[in-house]
Design a protein around this ligand. Sequence first.
Ligand SMILES: *Cc1c(COP(=O)(O)O)cnc(C)c1O
Length: 427
Amino acid sequence: MNISKSVELFAEAQQVLPGGVDSPARAFRPVGGQPLFMDRGEGAYLVDEDGNRFVDYVLSFGPLVLGHAHPKVLADLAATAAKGTSFGAPSKLETQLGKLVMSFMPSIEMIRFVNSGTEATMSALRLARAYTGRNKIIKFKGNYHGHADMLLVQAGSAVASLGLPDSPGVPPAAVADTLVAQFNDLDGIAEMFAAFPDEIACVILEPVAGNMGVVPPNPGYLAGLKELCHKHGALLVFDEVMTGWRVHLGGAQTLYDIQPDITALGKVIGGGLPVGAYGGRKEIMQQVAPIGPMYQAGTLSGNPLAMQAGITTLTELQKPGLFDQMVETTTKIAEGVAEAAALAGVPITQNQVGTMFCSFFTNQPVTDWPSAANSDTDAFARFFMAMLENGVYMAPAQFEAGFVSAAHDSEAVDKTIAAARVAFKAV
Ligand SMILES: *Cc1c(COP(=O)(O)O)cnc(C)c1O
């Protein structure tokens, strides 16, 4: 594969941007080699600057649920952009997207739009603390909630993939009230509530973990968490930045029928533009300024272009049968990849929930961070490189989810499985 233009562009970018990237998850560090510079996206495909074409399972790390450059999204964006890109005043698009989100997730009675998932979780925690008058929060090992100080403890995604310790620059005081629990372990949470009665504001989690690979909750786990939270006067916060419109159109809260008190959103609701949001029960959301005392603001929050991309994306997703078809496609890919691994004699554990999947290079079930971390990341790196050589672009780290879009047709699936049959032999 010729990547000479990417090599040139990467050398230049490294003079300007730390590591040549604006987000570490893109940097290919966990797999070796260097990132490819992309020229364009076309449906299920990415095309790099050298003209190499790949079936894409990164989809901008989740948001592009309709695929790249969806014609309706582009047309609606162009029409909205023609009217101006930002007003610093309300537009009807914010209410429209808010209502649309609520129609998928009834636990959200009021919503506030922000600009990223990081802002969404950060604000959701401020809200939980404001509402309960408590300071401590519980998060889970291997869950990633963006890069706010208080959440950058034993986090997933690139923090885990790069083997980084908790980040320098985060003052100890910022994480002094952050308790870290093991995903899928209820007893650990019960012990924390017992150790800190009346001090814990909330438990925040990815209800299906997607930043340590894909790890579903054990049966009854989410219900158990909710019960413990409410017994101790704490709130349950679902970070559905990734899982929203991914594991189910109504998120993990609909898939497992557990209504959280507060939900953080991002990724898909922006249809590929920068958006986040947090929402929940009305009495909780009424804490937020200007109707309540909890301050949170944003110059570009509710940006009309981002709102429009979200509206068009969520509206398209309402087409009958579309989401089920995407899940079916994901299952075909997951099964095809697992079969290719078996044929090559490579032990993997394939996890899938909805349109998210992950092939862990381990023969053990993966249910939490220690079992995920057991994976053979060197074998993954060899698999990743071989897939790339064979025209398939996966996330460049073992501990990331793969995503499928509505644009992934049988041709894309066949290409992927054929590539996997070759790639596992190279492992
Ligand atoms: C991506 C992600 C975030 C952070 O969102 P950004 O838009 O990258 O700030 C937060 N939580 C989860 C679960 C995510 O997957």
